[in-house]
Design a protein around this ligand. Structure first.
Ligand SMILES: [Ca+2]
Length: 430
């Protein structure tokens, strides 16, 4: 019997006791007892109470004993529950002691998590620091740009001024300018006899008072010489007062300059190779025909210079006719879009330049710029032709020169200066 059922039984017992009384089983004698309002029908006289106690004592004692037993049982049960709690607690402790690994693993895992979080925080701090640096740099840049903007704004408010220095003396060519007192090399306006308007040229004025009019300049490969007829006619590239840029003056201007005077011109080709050696070749009575004759090149004779007479053609050893077909005197000018050469193909197109092409050339100063000098048919592209800056009587056609200058001067000035003068001028020029 459980503690609960005992308690229920006891309560039922009390109820039975209470409910039994009204039946009047206890009555001793109606005569000796008189009912009292205070006790009701139970007849609570002294005798009645004693009799009642006497009669019910054994039952009450029994009930009390039973209750005591019940209480004892409940106490036992309580103790059992307490023991169970102790037992469970001990078991837990024992279990903890028995398997520390699990707890170490759990702790380690927590520690790892903590470390991971710390690491993540550190990384994020670094990222924040980097972003702050970038921000600072950008702020500085913005400040710089603002500063620059202010400076430019201030500059924009100043009146426009041409920073390229152009000399004031003018003439029909650079020798004319030198004769008029021009002493420094630089940019001058010239107007040849039949020129409709003056145009700008670079004049090289040497210590002998000689004024060279420069027609062409190669120095670093910065200007593309693969141009068509009109650019070669009008000129391209850049003129600079300090002779630092590349250009082609233009066939029309060269024509006007070369035919204007009764005093013929000498055309000088100056060249520098990649070893720094300088050489030149002079051609007397140089003239360029008008466009109607396709700017045909003519000269009377080779006037000297240690670079050799490449304009007269060169025997490359491929064919006996090499020299004849690579001479330039008398050739018309050709460009990719105007084929005036003596070749069944198009020399200017295959070599990528404008020049007085024959079939095709032994001299080719408008050729492709090859840094370092030496090049091969493979370097020359799909055609594989010798298209460099060539002067075949000095270097092989597979060697492209580093710098060139083509310039003219009235022939009497060369004779006045003599050969020595020519060399000095050459040294100054390049
Ligand atoms: Ca042709």
């Amino acid at each position: 019997m459980t503690a609960f059922s005992h308690a229920v039984a006891y309560i039922l017992f009390l109820c039975t006791l209470a409910s039994a009384q009204p039946r009047g089983d206890y009555s001793i004698s109606q005569d000796s007892c008189s009912p009292s309002d205070g006790f009701g029908q139970y007849c609570p006289t002294t005798c009645g109470v004693a009799d009642y106690l006497y009669r019910y004592k054994p039952g009450v004692v029994r009930d009390l004993n039973e209750m005591e037993e019940l209480l004892l049982e409940i106490a036992n049960l309580t103790r059992g529950a307490q023991d169970k709690v102790f037992y469970l607690r001990d078991t837990e402790k024992q279990a903890q002691k028995a398997s520390p690994d699990l707890y170490i693993r759990k702790s380690s895992s927590m520690l790892d998590d903590v470390l991971r979080f710390e690491k993540s925080i550190l990384t994020q701090e670094e990222q924040i620091y980097e972003l702050q640096s970038i921000l600072a740099a950008n702020e500085k840049r913005i400040t710089d740009l603002r500063q620059m903007s202010l400076q430019l704004d201030a500059k924009c408010k100043m009146p426009c001024k041409d920073t390229v220095e152009i000399q004031t003396i003018t003439g029909k060519d650079c020798q004319d300018i030198a004769n008029k007192g021009g002493k420094v090399s630089g940019l001058y306006y010239v107007q040849p006899a039949r020129a409709p308007t003056p145009f700008l040229v670079y004049c090289e004025i040497d210590k002998f008072g000689r004024g060279w009019t420069v027609l062409q300049r190669r120095r670093d490969g910065s200007v593309d010489f693969n141009r068509k007829w009109v650019p070669y006619k009008e000129g391209f590239g850049y003129l600079s007062p300090d002779d630092s840029t590349e250009f082609w003056l233009g066939n029309e201007k060269i024509h006007l300059l070369s035919v204007q005077s009764t005093v013929p011109y000498v055309l000088r080709m100056e060249m520098v190779d990649w070893e720094g050696t300088k050489r030149y070749a002079d051609y007397a009575m140089f003239k360029l025909a008008p466009e109607a004759d396709q700017y045909r090149l003519t000269y009377a004779y080779y006037f000297g210079g240690e670079a050799g007479d490449a304009f007269d053609g060169f025997d490359f050893g491929d064919d006996p006719s090499d020299k004849f077909y690579t001479a330039h005197n008398g050739m018309q000018f050709s460009t990719a879009d105007r084929d005036n050469d003596k070749y069944q193909g198009n020399c200017a197109k295959q070599d990528g330049s404008g020049w007085w092409m024959n079939r095709c050339h032994a001299a080719h100063l408008n050729g492709k710029y090859y840094t370092g000098g030496k090049y091969t048919a493979k370097d020359a592209g799909p055609n594989g032709f010798d298209n460099g800056i060539i002067w075949a009587t000095w270097h092989s056609r597979w060697y492209s020169l580093k710098q060139t200058t083509m310039k003219i001067i009235p022939i009497n000035r060369i004779q006045t200066g003599g050969q020595q003068g020519g060399l000095d001028s050459f040294d100054k020029g390049i």
